[in-house]
Each structure stands twice: as C-alpha cells, then as structure tokens.
Design a binder for this molecule. Structure first.
Ligand SMILES: Cc1cc2nc3c(=O)[nH]c(=O)nc-3n(C[C@H](O)[C@H](O)[C@H](O)COP(=O)(O)O)c2cc1C
Length: 222
C-alpha cells in the first residue's frame, strides 16, 4: 500500500486486537518519529505495551478497547505547535496505515493522568494517537461539499482539485472539516483553520493530505 492508498483506506479505528506489533515494524515507526521530531521541532513519543492511557471511563464511553500503543504528540509550546503536531502526526498515521496498522487521533477521550507522557520544560502535550491492529478497518466519514471547503475564483486546476480530494479524506476533530483552502490570484494556496475544537491540529493534518494530493511541485503555500 502506498501513501495515496493509505489516505483512501484510513479511517479511525477505536477497537484493537490483542496482537503485538513486530519489532521490525516498531523500528520503522521509531525511525520516522525521530525524523519528524527533527524536521518538525517536536517531541513525539511512541509508547508501546501500555494499557493505562485508555483505561478510563472517557475512553470506554468513546468505545475504545484494546489500546496498548499510542503516539504522544508534544513539543515546544509555541504558536505553531498544534499545526506542526497535526502535519507530522498524520505523516506517522499514514506510515502506520501502509504498515498494516490502524490509528485514531485522540484529543479528549484518554487519561492524561495515566498515559506515559514526557513533557520537557517549555513543552506542551497536544494529544495522542492510538495505534494497533484494528478489529475492523473503520468506515468512511461524511464530507461537506467541496465548494464549501475551498475557493478558486476563475476555475480549479486539476492539481488543486486533487489536493482538495485528498484533504477531504483527512481526519478532523468530530469530523468538523473546519478548514478552507483558497487559490490566490498569484497561484499560491492559502490554508486556514476556521473556529472549532482542535482546528489548528486539523489544519496541519489537512495540509499534509493536500500537499500529497496536489503534488508539492505544483504550488507554494501563501
Ligand atoms: C484533532 C483530532 C482530535 C480527535 N479527538 C478524538 C477523541 O478525543 N475521541 C475520539 O473518539 N475521536 C477523536 N478524533 C477522531 C475523529 O472523530 C475522526 O477523525 C472523525 O470523525 C473523522 O473520521 P475518520 O477519522 O474515520 O475519517 C479526533 C480527530 C482529530 C483529527
């Protein structure tokens, strides 16, 4: 499965099988975590064999079960932290999907107290992403119409439409899709987060999908 197939196949999965992740798969994920931390100035951690974070009423109410592995998204507490966490977190989500694993972004329905989280001085926790072999592959989310999610006065080039198609496949908090992509007159693309819970994290996620779909060689961010 390549990253384009991964974007199409990925859906949130909240129930996991009792099946350990092989050492070579974990090693590949850890290498990518290190790269993301370096490129994105982040402090992402991969926690394995740790059931505490999802052993709480909120997680059960949110129908999570069998979660023993998760990424912790944290980093320097600056203005861009949430968007960077979204962008690089989704890069890890899509790698996990290509490796046959399933995931779910989790901002609320886990135990911050019990989770094994390292937050250094001047750093902040953003959220976690559950990881494992899903009991199912999840289901596709509902979409807003594309014209409600973007503006392209004077017509939409193919690369922009492809970017939008992949952006719409991305996960957003409570499936809110509170984002807007605008094709500017100079050909650059402006991506904005609208008002909503975690919409800055969503923005990083949808920008990662848009870049892959549109092809980074076809445009620049405004
Ligand atoms: C930033 C963010 C935070 C989320 N927080 C939670 C959460 O706390 N609990 C939960 O069950 N799902 C959470 N989700 C998963 C969304 O509900 C899910 O991505 C959305 O409904 C779209 O479905 P899909 O991921 O299957 O495409 C979160 C997703 C994102 C992107």
């Amino acid at each position: 499965m390549d990253v384009f197939e991964a974007m199409r196949a990925r859906h949130s999965v909240r129930k996991y099988l009792d099946k350990p992740i092989p050492a070579d798969v974990l090693a590949e994920l850890r290498t990518e975590v290190d790269t993301c931390n370096q490129e994105g100035n982040l402090h992402i951690q991969l926690v394995t064999d740790e059931p505490g974070a999802f052993d709480c009423a909120m997680a059960k109410y949110g129908s999570f079960s069998g979660v023993k592995n998760y990424f912790v998204l944290a980093g320097p507490d600056d203005d861009g932290l949430e968007e960077r966490a979204g962008y690089y977190g989704e890069r890890l989500v899509l790698l996990a999907q290509t490796l046959g694993l399933n995931t779910c972004w989790v901002g609320l329905t886990f135990s911050k107290k019990k989770a094994h989280i390292e937050v250094g001085p001047g750093e902040k926790l953003v959220m976690v992403i559950s990881l494992g072999y899903g009991a199912t592959q999840g289901t596709a989310h509902k979409d807003k119409p594309m014209e409600k999610l973007c503006r392209a006065e004077g017509g939409m080039p193919d690369w922009f439409r492809r970017g939008m198609e992949y952006a719409m496949l991305a996960p957003t908090a409570i499936n809110q899709q509170k984002f807007c992509f605008t094709l500017e007159p100079d050909g650059k693309v402006k991506a904005e987060a609208l008002k909503g819970p975690f919409s800055k994290v969503d923005l990083g996620i949808v920008k990662y999908h848009f870049e892959l779909g549109a092809g980074p060689e076809n445009f620049a961010w405004a």
